[in-house]
Design a protein around this ligand. Structure first.
Ligand SMILES: [Zn+2]
Length: 118
């Protein structure tokens, strides 16, 4: 006779898995949109994305425009955004039509907002 006391818990303890909130209020957008980015040239109007380029929404007066295709390389939105916001990109490769035959380098904007490859 061991008199073993078996302890039963009567109510099942269901493990309550606290569901992680699925809705995260601050969903980080990877990139801000072009429409909410100020034109770096006139600093007055926002940008617009067209079919082949991103440019100032007041392009007629401002003239700021960056083609997606630079020296034979198609830039991603991120790379273009770097160029617009920081004035330069990280080092990129794959340029094919640079006049001095550079195939890689950092794109930057000069004081006239022309694109340079260095
Ligand atoms: Zn502008």
């Amino acid at each position: 006779m061991y008199g073993k006391a078996k302890v039963f818990t009567l109510h099942e303890e269901k493990e309550v898995v606290t569901e992680k909130k699925k809705r995260e209020p601050a969903v980080k957008k990877e990139l801000q949109s072009w429409e909410e980015t100020k034109c770096p040239k006139c600093k007055e109007h926002n940008l617009m994305k067209g079919k082949t380029a991103v440019g100032c929404s007041d392009f007629k007066n401002c003239g700021f425009k960056i083609s997606f295709d630079i020296f034979g390389k198609k830039l991603s939105d991120k790379q273009l955004m770097d160029l617009v916001l920081k004035g330069k990109t990280s080092k990129l490769k794959g340029f094919t039509t640079h006049p001095e035959s550079l195939s890689e380098g950092v794109l930057s904007l000069d004081e006239n907002f022309q694109i340079l490859l260095n």
